[in-house]
Design a binder for this molecule. Structure first.
Ligand code: ATP
Ligand code: MG
Length: 171
């Protein structure tokens, strides 16, 4: 049995409201992502079988990330992926380093090979084809409070994410 996996930072519940407001302001831009699914992907792993999953968890048992914040200051359309996302120009160094290490680890162990570097973003809409109708009214902050290894499963109601493991960030 294999799982579709990715490492991510969830957007804390207490910080989801501004993103929901943005989705309302941008209504019609595409299929709105559910607030409970708001996240920042650090590394996409693709399909991982049971033994590779065990090895992955063993390699990353001591994963650590200090508490840090991301500032998003732009709305960006990626036309090929049909994604409309919140993006930021600045990324805390520890987060950038962790994402790079996770992506390299995946490639070295025969999992997904990322074609681009880490671009922190929160997807707000899928199936988006038009440039955002408005600029981002004000910057949006997202606190990194934990890293999650997520299982992604398609369901008739849309994609469902389940955490396989969580690593709380330290002070
Ligand atoms: P759906 O594919 O059903 O629209 P989704 O894209 O959220 O939903 P997944 O495709 O399982 O679900 O992706 C999980 C996370 O990994 C998302 O953040 C997605 O953007 C990212 N991801 C998926 N495929 C890739 C890829 N080939 N390269 C980089 N990141 C990816
Ligand atoms: Mg996808």
């Amino acid at each position: 049995m294999a799982n579709r996996l990715f490492f991510a930072i969830p957007v804390p519940r207490s910080q989801q409201l501004p993103l929901l407001k943005l989705q309302t302001q941008l209504e019609g831009a595409g299929r709105a992502v559910l607030a409970s699914n708001f996240h920042i992907t650090l590394a996409f792993l693709g399909s991982v079988n049971a033994s590779a999953q065990q090895q992955l968890l063993h390699r990353w048992q001591d994963l650590t990330l200090p508490r840090c914040q991301l500032q998003f200051d732009q709305l960006t359309l990626w036309p090929q992926a049909q994604v409309l996302a919140l993006t930021g120009r600045h990324c805390p160094t520890p987060l950038y380093q962790l994402a790079g290490a996770l992506q390299r680890d995946a490639a070295q162990h025969g999992l997904h090979q990322s074609s681009r570097g880490f671009r922190p973003h929160v997807t707000l809409f899928r199936g988006a084809t038009a440039e955002p109708a408005l600029p981002l009214p004000q910057p949006i902050q997202v606190d990194c409070r934990e890293v999650q290894l997520m299982i992604s499963e398609p369901t008739p109601a849309g994609v469902s994410y389940q955490p396989l493991k969580r690593w709380p960030c330290h002070d």
